[in-house]
Design a protein around this ligand. Structure first.
Ligand code: MG
Length: 379
């Protein structure tokens, strides 16, 4: 009943929670992949002695240390691609960044189930990923809480019956702040997320609402819904993970405590539901909803605009955002500068059609260098 599990990004925030779920449900962990041969990876490798071990970028001493694991180890940039193609696997892609795209493609082309937590696969490589899904006949199941919510609301429904998707946003640490108040926002302020605990880029992206813009692009690709029918609403409690409104006026929501292990588990067990220790007490819930402040958080609309332009524009803003967030975190760019870098980079990098992973890599590099020079010039 349970299929072999391949966990890409095994030592990261998503990967660790995937392994929690796997332990509890007794899923056979067939492979674990991380960027480095860290202590954390060694602990995982010892706990799951049948798992192949992938190390994408081992240092010399990591190579030496992991040689003790013999033929279990695959090293180098192709390790995750090779392991993602394992026949019959459920591949959880928790790799951070555009580096995760090739593994997503490999999983789908092999006809595997891809439980997708790597945002860049669909944001930067949407058309290429959808083509791989068509060709390989695999399954694409979202792990992100909002997309899992929509996915769950759509089980048993026809996409033609959808009037609108409404993605919820917690609003992040700067919810309610005006544009003027955000002028001097520091990295420490932005890193303090009220409801979810996540990596640093995604936490900054939540503070700027860039993350929600990227999620709109992902939703467009995942569910085939036009951008005009995807809305965003601010919901600070993070209990309603998203809504689907149908043509007959009925609205479905998927709700639950903000715990990533719920959508992770669903992505592994769909269409079944397995028991979990997480429980909810709706009598303690107060649910509020607000419209996002699009003037204070312009990144949201800039990124949705990139989605509507299509082609390489989303890959461009994604790369620009990674550079801009890095500059903000190291004090080289103000908080409001992030959105302005996205906009300027999108105007400067020519838009092209994306048909291969090489196209995505090319645009990604172009956008990075344009964004970097814009930031350099701003100092
Ligand atoms: Mg999310």
């Amino acid at each position: 009943m349970t299929r072999p599990l391949v966990v890409l990004g095994a030592t990261g925030s998503i990967g660790r929670q995937v392994l929690d779920v796997a332990r509890r449900l007794d899923f056979p962990v067939a492979a674990v992949v991380a960027r480095h041969g860290s202590d954390a990876l060694a602990v995982i490798a010892d706990e799951f002695p049948d798992a192949a071990i992938g190390i994408a970028a081992p240092t010399g001493s990591e190579r030496e240390r992991f040689s003790a694991y013999g033929s279990r180890v695959r090293s180098g940039p192709d390790a995750s691609v090779e392991l993602a193609s394992m026949p019959g696997a459920i591949v959880v892609n928790g790799i951070v960044g555009v580096a995760g795209l090739r593994s997503s493609l490999a999983a789908l082309e092999a006809g595997n189930r891809l439980a997708l937590a790597n945002k860049e696969s669909l944001v930067a490589g949407g058309p290429v990923v959808l083509e791989a899904l068509r060709r390989g006949g695999g399954e694409l199941i979202p792990v992100d809480s909002e997309h899992s919510a929509v996915f769950q609301c759509l089980v048993g429904e026809e996409v033609e019956s959808v009037r609108r998707l409404v993605l919820t946003a917690s609003g992040g640490p700067f919810r309610g702040k005006t544009r003027e108040e955000l002028e001097n926002a520091s990295p420490a302020d932005a890193l303090h997320h009220p409801t979810w605990s996540m990596g640093s880029r995604i936490t900054i992206d939540s503070a700027s609402l860039a993350n929600k813009g990227f999620e709109v692009i992902e939703a467009h690709h995942l569910f085939g819904i036009p951008y005009a029918q995807i809305d965003v609403v601010v919901h600070p409690q993070s209990i309603v993970h998203s809504f689907v409104e149908f043509t007959d006026g009925s609205v479905k929501a998927q709700m639950g405590e903000p715990d990533m292990r719920i959508p992770i588990q669903y992505a592994l067990t769909h269409p079944q539901r397995f028991a979990a220790p997480t429980s909810s007490d709706p009598s303690t819930w107060t649910l509020t909803f607000d419209m996002p402040d699009r003037a204070a958080f312009p990144a949201l609309d800039i990124i949705i605009e990139a989605g509507m332009r299509g082609g390489s524009a989303p890959a461009t803003v994604n790369a620009a955002d990674e550079i801009a967030v890095g500059a903000f975190l190291t004090g080289r760019l103000g908080f409001l500068g992030i959105a302005s870098i996205l906009e300027q980079t999108m105007e400067r990098v020519p838009q092209v059609k994306l048909t291969s992973v090489e196209d995505v890599a090319y645009v990604d590099q172009e956008a990075r260098s344009v964004a970097s020079s814009l930031i350099g010039g701003a100092c």
